[in-house]
Design a protein around this ligand. Sequence first.
Ligand SMILES: [Mn+2]
Length: 287
Amino acid sequence: MNAITRIPLEGDLFHASGPYHPEPAVTERRRFRTIWISDIHLGTRGCNAKLLIDFLDHTDSDTMYLVGDIIDGWRMKKRFYWPATHNDVVWRVMKRAKRGTRVVYIPGNHDEMFRQFTGLNFGGVEIRRKAIHETADGRKLLVLHGDEFDTIMLAHRWLAFVGDAAYGLLMRLNTVVNAVRQRMGLPYWSLSKTAKHKVKNAVEFISRFEEVVAHEAGTRGVDGVVCGHIHTAEIRSIGGVEYFNDGDWVEGCTALVEHFDGRMEVLHWADEIAARDAAAHELAAAA
Ligand SMILES: [Mn+2]
């Protein structure tokens, strides 16, 4: 008998030969020339992997850009969290590359550990620091994650963490700070209120970020820029430069797509599912 105990592989995340939730056999896939997705934050509880899997199962494209913060290395360092659905996302992306989609992965700040592999190719996934994408109608777009502008945005840098656990931590800190203050005989001072006031400035922060990015792209002689990072999907023209942000898969669950004629669109996937369900209902009612 073999001395080495055979470990059953079934259910083992790292030895599975396929996804836990296989791709549905019959799926009407919506085809696009290009798809951009970012800020997935795999490895965190915030990641909406289920919606993303639905998106991946119902779409296809010639090219797909992963615009950073795909895997959240910061959080994984503190605490290992990797459910089967997160594995399914990775599996689907690799499968796409295998099927012939050109997959370009541009690591962000949360997955900056992959930046050291810039220029390499893993199973058909190209790792790049940034890219220039040419649309069907000939526009040149600079594609990057967006944290490159954090130094310029330094004054508001902490706001980049809004929507992150840092905000929750701030709330808890508020309780601690005030317990200490009370013991010292000091009046209540709302740290969270101060924070919330700053959050009101989030709108201002976002539009400033968009302006900075568009301006920087303009100086590099491109027609537009595609980024992620601030978890806010947008299509906007700023000072003659087109600004595109593909949003995130934590709250917004959005993707940026290029149609075959070069037209760009932000897809809000929760809305797309709702529309699909409504259509299916109508069809069932008519039958
Ligand atoms: Mn980021």
